[in-house]
Design a protein around this ligand. Sequence first.
Ligand code: NAD
Length: 495
Amino acid sequence: MTSELRSWKREMIKHRDVYIGGEWVIPADGEEIELENPATELPFATVALAGPDTMAAAVHSARQAFDGGEWTSLPKEERLRRLERLGQYLADNAARYGDELVQEIGLPLAFARGGVMSAAHHVKYWANTWRDYPWTEERRGVSGVRARITKEPVGVVAAIVPWNAPHSLSASKIVPALLAGCTVVLKPSPLNAVSLRAFADAAEYAELPPGVLNVVPAGGPASDALVRAFGVDKVAFTGSDATGRIIAAAAAATLKRVSLELGGKSAGIVLDDAPLERLVATVPPAFTLNNGQACAAMTRMLVPRRRQAEIVDAIAAEVGRLTVGDPADPGTAVGPLAFRAHYERVRGLLDGAVRSGGRIVTGGSRPAGLEQGFYLEPTVVTDVAPDSDIAQQELFGPVLTVLPYDSVDDAVRIANDTAYGLSGAVFGADPEQVEAVAGRMRAGSVHLNNGLSVDIGIPFGGFKASGYGREFGPEGMDEYVEQRAVFLDGEPFRR
Ligand code: NAD
């Protein structure tokens, strides 16, 4: 608890403007809100949020930049060079923005800085993908006609991002969208109105033409106006399934393209012969990563009934060793939850589980010595039904629910029996059986003998209520293009 980065030693941050058309603009219809540091419960910043008119101005600016060709008329290599500068700026300034992110949401320092750094990795990865991407292809149709199929930028993109990993989730949209030739309105969560200015500062540094990248934090009404705007062609959204449903419905009015990266309640199936040491090494980080606020976190573990006590005890012992504390301290593994209402919701769900007979094996309380801040000990819960709230709802906190099963079919059924389908895992000694069970999981990613991993080169997204569309990999570029067929020859129609 001695880190010099501790935010309560710092001055209040004040930002009264948002970034539109290459300029910092004070929103006339906006509001100013105070942000609270989740580690201290003290205010650390006041920030401006845009209202609907300011958002309309941002859309107009992105529309003009797209229609006027300010971005696409630059030679491709020049566009890439500017994006490389954007990535370089973020890498060079990762400590500053990462430190701000620690104050905003209490993410452990290394994760916060790593998230900002990841933007540079995105640029590097997408630059290669962009070069190899099939932008144009010639094909003969069944009638013998020749056609050229080209990939065209989808247009103006509204990139709407959540608070939990805001820099990497912004980069995974902005970088492929801009490389495809789109222009972007980035809409941060109000909670990240300080640290996501990183992208506006980087756009200035990289000399992106005005309007190509706008950064406009906003609350509900202005965000809704963004989704509904005629000038927006595509909404790329990451967030909760509740907001995803609202966005899908609102976007339907203009039939704009939508991709949705939503929540999860991912299960790990532990087969009868799974080695205990592998579980101990992989399960605790898989549900406590990002202070337990990761969409793909493995938050349910299905164990053979006969091994339940042995596995639960070993995992609980390891979880009890995790360092919970000041997120600005480099030794911290788990920091506070991001904000008060969220903390109260998670604690309420835990209390509800206990009231209906659930047993907290480890954690469940405020850690000793941390009287201030939204801290919760990493928690393992058992003796709850597979259809209970705690086993079905996305908690978004460091909580693992352990459920026993009696047969592998039973385990697969329980694993798939949620609204979500983002990620899954299978642990066992026999690789063939592990793979066979993994193949039965209804999830966008499955991990063999591992709880969770993400890689920019591998498509990421959900089945069912975890959303539609994919980020990362060449599939992530598909989200920002339309396909055009140019008929090169062919016979006239004859009666
Ligand atoms: P959220 O749905 O509350 O908010 C996400 C974003 O949507 C924010 O920028 C918010 O301001 C904005 N928003 C709110 N109402 C809106 C509206 N009516 N129209 C348009 N935008 C609106 O989610 P959150 O609490 O910020 O983030 C946590 C959620 O994100 C969790 O459910 C988590 O699983 C999910 N998530 C998913 C992934 C993934 O890749 N699948 C990654 C990270 C987080």
